[in-house]
Design a protein around this ligand. Structure first.
Ligand code: JB8
Length: 269
């Protein structure tokens, strides 16, 4: 897979030399190239920003500099995929990571200041490329670099051959099960007075699996009620439904709902 990142702070991306993504690059699974946007400036001061039309605070990244950069980095004639990290984008999820891991070539345009002139995305789409404006969550960074790092790490570990044991990819949080992960423990069995739950030492595989499932359901109900509401009740067993029942969830009209939530009744005139 080929990935290009364009930024005025290319050094931010040096973290991608490390760990799994670095291993993927050295193994030839990921061809990652980082570019300095200022290489496409033409003035003596290497200017990348200008004042916003309509007024307001801050500066906006100039379309002409970005246009020249993207002309050089996106595939000629269209068919590329441009990802623009922005707090106003669709929220990036594991589903986006899975889809990006299947792509042949992705380009990241990392903005700074108040963002990139909106005509850059418009013109890139008009040239026949896909453009995805994506947010990594409801908070604001100073630029797109860290968001690009997050997305590249998320799909980089899904590239075939990057994670040693593909089994470790199937059970994890935000996988197909739609549940958060259960808590994990290692040696020693007692540490500073805190003990590993007895069942995990029992060697009873069936009881371990059930315990883990119950903890996953409990955690998900406590931390992510939105994920419980999105579960398919048909994919749950009787014990799952009993555990969720204890946690205040029941099935109504084929969907999981908080048991206390009032059923829609007749509306008074
Ligand atoms: C200027 O919060 B973010 C983000 C913030 C930004 C830009 C891009 C992304 C560009 N500020 O993900």
């Amino acid at each position: 897979m080929r990935v290009d990142v364009v930024s005025i702070f290319p050094d931010y991306l040096t973290a991608l030399d490390l760990s799994l993504v670095g291993k993927a690059r050295r193994a030839g699974l990921l061809d990652l190239r980082v570019h300095d946007l200022r290489d496409w400036t033409t003035d003596r001061h290497r200017t990348v920003d200008d004042t916003p039309f309509g007024g307001g605070a801050g500066m906006v990244m100039r379309p002409d500099v970005w246009g020249h950069a993207l002309d050089d980095v996106l595939p000629e004639g269209g068919g590329g995929h441009l990802v623009v990290p922005t707090p106003s984008g669709d929220v990036f999820t594991q589903r986006h990571a899975e889809a990006l891991a299947l792509e042949e070539h992705v380009v990241f345009a990392c903005g700074r200041y108040e963002g990139i002139d909106a005509r850059v995305a418009e013109r890139t789409r008009a040239a026949g490329h896909r453009v995805s404006e994506l947010s990594i969550g409801d908070y604001v960074l100073n630029g797109g670099e860290v968001a690009a790092l997050v997305m590249i790490e998320a799909f980089g570990r899904l590239l075939p051959g990057v994670v040693g044991n593909p089994h470790s990819l199937v059970e994890e949080s935000h996988g197909a099960a739609g549940l958060l992960e259960y808590p994990v423990y290692t040696k020693p069995p007692a540490w500073e007075g805190f003990e590993v739950p007895e069942v995990l030492l029992s060697g009873h595989h069936g009881r371990v699996e059930r315990w883990r499932r119950d903890r996953a359901l409990e955690r998900t109900a406590a931390r992510r009620p939105d994920m419980v509401a999105a579960l398919d009740p048909q994919a749950l067993d009787k014990v799952d439904l009993a555990v969720l029942g204890e946690l205040g969830w029941s099935v109504r009209d084929g969907r999981l709902r908080p048991s206390a939530e009032a059923a829609p009744g007749p509306v008074a005139e």
